[in-house]
Design a protein around this ligand. Structure first.
Ligand SMILES: O=C(O)c1ccccc1N[C@@H]1O[C@H](COP(=O)(O)O)[C@@H](O)[C@H]1O
Length: 209
């Protein structure tokens, strides 16, 4: 079964609906590099509203260590996600499980980064270029998804209800991560798109709408 993370939640009701539809994880974006940035208080409210067994992920990108520690202390997410140029050692300093994003915008040349994060719980391969923020709706060549790594791989970048089944059939990821593909505007999730996306992943076939 392919796990599903719905990222970029800014409203409790959207996160609750994702959980109700069967999402395995929801993400809140704390970094100022994002149009979906939420405050510590907003992030905490979303995390606290989640039912048991839904993983909550707090996303950072080249932020100060003191800010990341504040997220850990105040928001208390299940995991962190680092989307910038953070090293393995830097990410591990918080003593929390974390995902490390790999920018795949440069195609096969980007694969050299895959061995640099042995302490990450999983690697998240996203379609944006090195140094760029995610959540941009950019996809990459799914056939580049590596097969030989021991860490779980999460496919992200430009996934939508209509392309996610094809993406999974090509990339065979452990999980998929989506943000803009289930939105009506940045940070505002569209219930119909969320429903179609999760159904398409679960049924392994493209959504009809
Ligand atoms: O969502 C954001 O605004 C964001 C900002 C900075 C770094 C990462 C961000 N989002 C991550 O990118 C993936 C893919 O987004 P999309 O589906 O292409 O819109 C998203 O799931 C987040 O993990």
């Amino acid at each position: 079964m392919t796990r599903i993370k719905c990222c970029g939640m800014t409203r409790v009701e959207d996160a609750l609906f994702a959980a109700e539809l069967g999402a395995d994880a929801i993400g809140v974006v704390l970094t100022a590099h994002s149009k979906r940035q939420v405050s510590l208080a907003q992030a905490r409210a979303i995390v606290q509203a989640m039912p048991p067994f839904v993983t909550t992920v707090a996303l950072c990108m080249d932020d100060e260590a003191s800010f990341v520690q504040e997220i850990v202390d105040v928001v208390r997410p299940s995991m962190l996600q680092f989307h910038g140029d953070e090293s393995d050692e830097w990410c591990a300093q918080f003593g929390q499980p974390y995902l490390k994003a790999i920018a795949m915008g440069d195609g096969a040349a980007a694969l050299y980064q895959l061995r640099d994060h042995p302490h990450a719980a999983a690697l998240l391969l996203d379609g944006h270029g090195l140094g760029e923020a995610g959540g941009s709706g950019k996809s990459f060549d799914w056939s580049l998804m590596p097969r030989q790594l021991t860490q779980p791989l999460i496919l992200a970048g430009g996934l939508t209800p209509t392309n996610v089944a094809t993406a999974i059939s090509i990339a065979r990821p452990w999980a998929v991560d989506v943000s803009s593909g289930i939105e009506s505007a940045p940070g505002i999730k569209d219930p119909a798109k969320m429903r179609s996306f999760i159904a398409a992943v679960r049924q392994g076939s493209p959504a009809t709408q």
